[in-house]
Design a protein around this ligand. Structure first.
Ligand code: ADP
Length: 178
C-alpha cells in the first residue's frame, strides 16, 4: 500500500477567508491527509481566540472533508512550526503566496525550515485571482469600520465579525450564534 501523504497548512486564520479556503481546496488535491494548523499567535493579538478559530475553521471546512478522499484535520499548535510538522508526520508544508510582499518572509522561512528539517518540503500555492489580495488583517479592518466583507469571507464568518464589532448583521437577518 502506498504511504499516506500528509500535508500541513499552518496559519493564524483570524478569521478564515476565501483566500485560505481556496488554498486549502487546492492543497487537498495534493495530499491524503491535510492538517490545518491553527497557530496560537498570541503576540498578533487575534480577534478570535484559539478555540474560536479552531471551531470556525473546522466548521468552514466541513464540506470539504473527505469530499475527494482527502481527510482534513484542524488542530491548534503553539510550538515551532517544524516541530509541529514532525509531530504530525507531515512531509510537506503548504503556504499560500499572495503578492511580492509575502515572498521575502516566506523565502527566509523556507531557508530556515530547510535547515531544521530538510526532509520536509514547503510548497507554495496561489489562490485564484479574485481571492489573491484577501488578507485577514484587512478583512478585520473593513468589518470594524462597517464595510462589506461578504466577498472575502463566508456568511457565517461575516456574521461573527459583525457580532464581534457590535454591528447589526448585514441585511438585518442572520445571527452570529449557533
Ligand atoms: P500568517 O499568520 O502566517 O500570516 P495567515 O492565516 O494569514 O497566517 O495565512 C496562512 C497562510 O495562508 C499563509 O501562507 C498566507 O500567505 C496564506 N494566505 C492568506 N491569505 C491568502 C490569500 N488571499 N491568497 C493566498 N494565500 C493566502
Amino acid at each position: 500500500m502506498a504511504t499516506q501523504r500528509i500535508g500541513l497548512y499552518p496559519g493564524t486564520f483570524d478569521p478564515i477567508t476565501e483566500g485560505h479556503r481556496d488554498i486549502i481546496e487546492r492543497a487537498t488535491k495534493m495530499v491524503d491527509l491535510l492538517i490545518v494548523g491553527v497557530a496560537v499567535n498570541a503576540d498578533k493579538g487575534p480577534l478570535f481566540n484559539l478555540e474560536e478559530r479552531v471551531q470556525m475553521v473546522t466548521r468552514e471546512l466541513q464540506y470539504l472533508n473527505n469530499r475527494d478522499g482527502t481527510i482534513i484535520h484542524v488542530k491548534p499548535f503553539d510550538n515551532l512550526l517544524m516541530h509541529f510538522a514532525m509531530e504530525q508526520n507531515a512531509r510537506i508544508i503548504i503556504r499560500g503566496l499572495r503578492a511580492v510582499s509575502d515572498f521575502e518572509y516566506e523565502f527566509q522561512m523556507v531557508g530556515m525550515n530547510d535547515r531544521l528539517n530538510p526532509d520536509i518540503e514547503t510548497v507554495f500555492l496561489m489562490a485564484t485571482d479574485k481571492y489573491q489580495f484577501i488578507a485577514s488583517r484587512l478583512v478585520k479592518e473593513i468589518a470594524r469600520l462597517g464595510g462589506d466583507v461578504g466577498e472575502f469571507v463566508s456568511p457565517r464568518v461575516e456574521a461573527e465579525l459583525l457580532d464581534r464589532f457590535g454591528r447589526p448583521p448585514a441585511g438585518g437577518t442572520g445571527t452570529a450564534g449557533d
